[in-house]
Design a protein around this ligand. Structure first.
Ligand code: GLA
Length: 367
């Protein structure tokens, strides 16, 4: 653990879970949350490592109670949040919730400015395990100071909670948020289309020094299975988020996902790549209009490399060992993480035939 980082032992690897926002927007209720938690178990997502079920914006009633406490909207959460937490915990999962640091949430519901300590204690009393704190309606407020207040509020709340900072990257949170929270958004909101995913990916270049166990760059939640993304685009999106040591928060309807989406989200060697214990984020070593090469150092000295074809035609992407800072005479073993198979053939360079809008991910071991 680096100096000045949180030392609470939470989020030693990037948090994994599900969040309601990308697919359901403000349409959240008790039934959706519990059904999703159940589907995380029956689909194998929980066993693949997904842990937090996060309720995003839209859960709160328009007014706080007479003590100033948050009230879940009774028509949506008739039995309250402690009940939801209990149901989620009984399935071996954690509950996450959302608030906003300003005067209102992005949906215009009550937010937490001035109530940070009260709300952190309230979330703890409900059994919440993860809190996302958004940044709408914060005119004139300084993110660093206000998120520091939240960090103190969580420390005093009496329950360990993962703290997700959602400031969208404007005030360069990677430079200060690692001492306060476990993850911080680096960009604006993701959309379920390829151009949004690649634009966000482009903005992650150079951020690798700021991530590590307990503190992660967050390029936003997954759109795998949403919109018109093709199976290759879903896999490429997931692969690059795995390379980036990004939090893996699924954002689709887990209750009704097609097999290929489930297989993408639970691909064991990609999830293992994301969760590599050393926690080093990939860096980009090549970028042009047709494609990217990203490299990530793994535990035990292995490397992972992603060959991403951004173009509209299939092509060969080639990487020399010297590009990976390996001596030319090094012999390597190569494994294709989507195919879950070792790649036969020459061992003095790395290359793959990559379909358009798709990513091949290789694990390279020296011997
Ligand atoms: C902002 C955040 C999103 C989501 C919405 C909810 O746009 O960046 O992730 O939480 O607010 O209103």
């Amino acid at each position: 653990m680096g100096i000045g980082r949180l030392s609470d032992g939470l989020a030693r690897t990037p948090p994994m879970g599900w969040n309601s926002w990308n697919f359901f927007k403000g349409n959240v209720d008790e039934r959706l949350v519990i059904e999703t938690a159940e589907a995380m178990v029956s689909s194998g997502m929980r066993d693949a490592g997904y842990r937090y079920v996060v309720i995003d914006d839209g859960w709160m009633a328009p007014e706080r109670d007479r003590f100033g406490d948050f009230v879940p909207e009774p028509s949506r959460f008739p039995r309250g949040m402690a009940y939801v937490a209990e149901r989620v915990h009984a399935l071996g999962l954690g509950l996450g919730i959302y608030t906003d640091a300003g005067t209102m949430t992005c949906m215009g519901l009550p937010a937490s400015l001035g109530y940070e300590f009260r709300d952190a204690r309230r979330f703890a009393s409900w059994g919440v395990d993860y809190v996302k704190v958004d940044w709408c309606h914060t005119d004139g407020l300084g993110p660093r100071a206000l998120y520091a207040k939240w960090a103190s509020a969580f420390q005093g709340a009496g329950r360990p909670m993962v703290f997700s900072i959602c400031e969208w990257g404007r005030a360069h949170p990677w430079e200060w948020a690692g001492t306060l929270g476990h993850l911080w958004r680096t960009t604006w909101d993701i959309q379920p289309d390829w151009s949004s995913i690649t634009a966000i990916l482009d903005r992650q270049s150079g951020l690798h020094p700021y991530a590590g166990p307990g503190h992660w760059n967050d390029p936003d939640m997954l759109e795998v299975g949403n919109g018109q993304l093709t199976a290759d685009e879903n896999r490429a999106h997931f692969a690059l988020w795995a390379m980036l040591a990004a939090p893996l928060m699924a954002g689709n309807d887990i209750r009704a996902m097609p097999t290929d989406v489930r297989e993408t989200l639970t691909a064991p060697e990609l999830v293992a790549l994301n969760q590599d214990p050393v926690g080093k984020q990939a860096r980009r070593i090549r970028h042009d209009e047709t494609g990217d090469v990203w490299v990530r150092e793994l535990a035990g000295g292995d490397l992972a490399i992603a060959l991403l074809n951004l173009g509209d035609v299939a092509r060969e992407i080639h990487v020399g060992l010297e590009d990976l800072a390996l001596a030319p005479e090094t012999r390597v073993r190569i494994r294709d993480l989507w195919q879950r198979a070792d790649v036969p053939g020459s061992r003095d360079d790395v290359s793959a035939h990559v379909r358009p809008h798709s990513a091949t991910v290789l694990r390279i071991a020296r011997y």
